[in-house]
Design a protein around this ligand. Sequence first.
Ligand SMILES: Cc1ncc(COP(=O)(O)O)c(C=O)c1O
Length: 388
Amino acid sequence: MSSGRSAQFQIPWSQSEPVVPHPGGDPFNSIGLDWLRTKRGIKWRRFGPEVIPAWLADMDFPPAQRVTEAIQELLDGADLGYPGWVHGTPLRAAFAERMAQRFGWVLDPAQVRETNEVVQGTLLALLHGTSDGDVVAIHTPTYPPFLKHIPTLGRALLPIPMSDERDGWTVDLARLDHDLAASRCRALVLVNPHNPTGRVMTAEELDALAHLARRHDLLVISDEIHSDLIYPPHQHIPFASLPGMAERTVTLNSASKGFNLAGVRCAIAHVGPPRLREVWDNAPPTLYGSPNIFGVAATLAAWQHGEAWLSAVVAHLDRQRHLLVDFSPGTCRAPATIWSRQATSPGSTSGALNSALTRPPPCWPAPRWPCSPEWPSPSTAAGKATRG
Ligand SMILES: Cc1ncc(COP(=O)(O)O)c(C=O)c1O
């Protein structure tokens, strides 16, 4: 830890691994507002001191000790030149191992590629796997950059409206089946666990989507970036692990959410479809940007040595979400994963966030496929955290 920071704030779990119980109780409760206000990231910089920002999926906790050690080791070795990754980074094998251990998904590391960001990987998969004017389905509401960037690639959005029912957010599958056929949809961008509803899709829901993917011959791009942050009894199921789905699925993941490492800009893509992998590999690699050594070192340390830290974070978040539910009984349900619009603090930007998330998506080319009418209104979509 740098001396500047330790003068203000001693990270309670930085001295030993695995995480030790803090004498005062939960170590993650020891984060001070003074220290948070010194942070230079966009979350704490965008608004003034009157706001406690909770508008961005950056956690406020310092990273696991093994992650900071891995970065420090690179600096200590003064070896910051071009990396020697001839056949890809060690993340390929580490990702395969982690998926097998956590979810029983056995994949070939040779099919894994590095990207800097999950959104970048999503757009690359669409760029290489679909054509100008193709229709791309996505659950709505959704993470706003998808609504902004997919149309700029020349793909039209087909919204899959989610409705907030008593037991969680659901989709009308018969209608989806009809819409996929009517629009001649080519691809599905699946965000699971889902942002912003917090829903973790069940095996039945994923099976139903797999059935539709097969029936309509869809390329599936599965953003699983939030899969580390799930509360029991909910379980993450990688879409590509379903029978026959790996060959039509690109899976995106990253340590950035679970381990709070968004700034190191490192993500991976498991590119299942062989033809798409060929196109992906034939593009000049510099077009994508190479992975950087700090991002790879941090991600590797998180995936290989960060389990104790991650379990402690999830346990802490679980307690916090129940506090939130207890605080407003009857109006709030606990999401199955961390991300939820409800998790905004009083005096924060929740109003702006809610309206951004519930704004109708842009369709391209203009009225080619009518997405606006299906968009949930702010009154139904906003202000309710959900159970998965
Ligand atoms: C569902 C989802 N996908 C992607 C991202 C962004 O990931 P990246 O910065 O790696 O593009 C976020 C960030 O909150 C997200 O919630």
